[in-house]
Design a protein. Structure first.
Length: 254
């Protein structure tokens, strides 16, 4: 545990000081603030537009941070050759992968908290307050991004950082659409297609199941029991991805 904690702390310090991260966050805040303009032309729907647009911005820029930072975590250590020094000491590769993941999770928590706080202030200005649903929506977005971080770290052990980033984004998009694919396959009444869709449905994380953005703006009612079950599934998905990353990383010679 001490090894994991030390690696996580070091990863947090490195990533939180990254200038690229700062630039991304600044652009995120500008985009969130852009919701004020949309609210001003939405004919009485300013609060609704601010929440909807703001959550989309938080998701988008959170995703950018998650995939591009996660993709480079391991490759940077290899390029700087610090991984050779690290593994010359009694440090397990499991501790290395888990520590890197937890360190980036901490960084993402700070980034998400900053964007969420800015969004809450703007919603308060436009709507005169904000509901607890807005906070829950941000927390569930964070949960989705933790899955993408784990997936991207796994892909980064298999190939280049660019490829891992692209695949991480693809998994996120697929995770938002997986439920729709399953629904469409049932309309065709083809057993083979439906079976294949179920396989894809299980392999691709169903991120849309914990997406409550429509509920924030009053478009649907959330089934919290279902959300809880899917959160457990996503937690297990993270564990599996990290386990696969460790298995692949152990095969590499340093």
């Amino acid at each position: 545990m001490k090894q994991v904690g030390a690696i996580a702390l070091n990863t947090f310090k490195e990533t939180i000081r990254d200038r690229v991260l700062g630039i991304i966050v600044v652009f995120a805040l500008i985009m969130i603030a852009g919701g004020l303009w949309l609210g001003s032309i939405s004919l009485g729907e300013g609060g609704r537009m601010m929440k909807d647009f703001g959550l989309v911005a938080v998701t988008l820029f959170g995703l950018i941070v998650a995939v591009f930072v996660a993709a480079g975590l391991i490759h940077k250590e290899v390029e700087k050759r610090t991984v050779f020094v690290l593994f010359s000491k009694p440090v397990s590769r499991t501790a290395f992968i888990v520590g890197k993941f937890l360190g980036l999770c901490a960084t993402m928590a700070i980034v998400m908290a900053g964007m969420a706080a800015f969004l809450f202030v703007l919603v308060w200005i436009v709507d005169g307050g904000f509901s607890g649903m807005l906070l829950l929506a941000v927390l569930l977005i964070y949960a989705q991004l933790l899955v993408i971080i784990a997936v991207t770290i796994f892909f980064s052990t298999l190939g280049s950082a660019i490829l891992a980033s692209v695949l991480g984004i693809c998994v996120f998009v697929a995770g938002q659409l997986s439920h729709n694919v399953l629904s469409l396959s049932r309309l065709g009444q083809n057993a083979a297609t439906e079976a294949l869709s179920w396989v894809v449905y299980v392999i691709i994380p169903n991120l849309s199941a914990v997406d409550v953005k429509p509920a924030v703006v009053g478009e649907q009612v959330v089934a919290w029991s279902s959300v809880g079950v899917w959160l457990v599934y996503l937690g297990a998905y993270v564990v599996v991805c990290l386990g696969l990353a460790v298995a692949v990383f152990r095969r590499k010679e340093f």
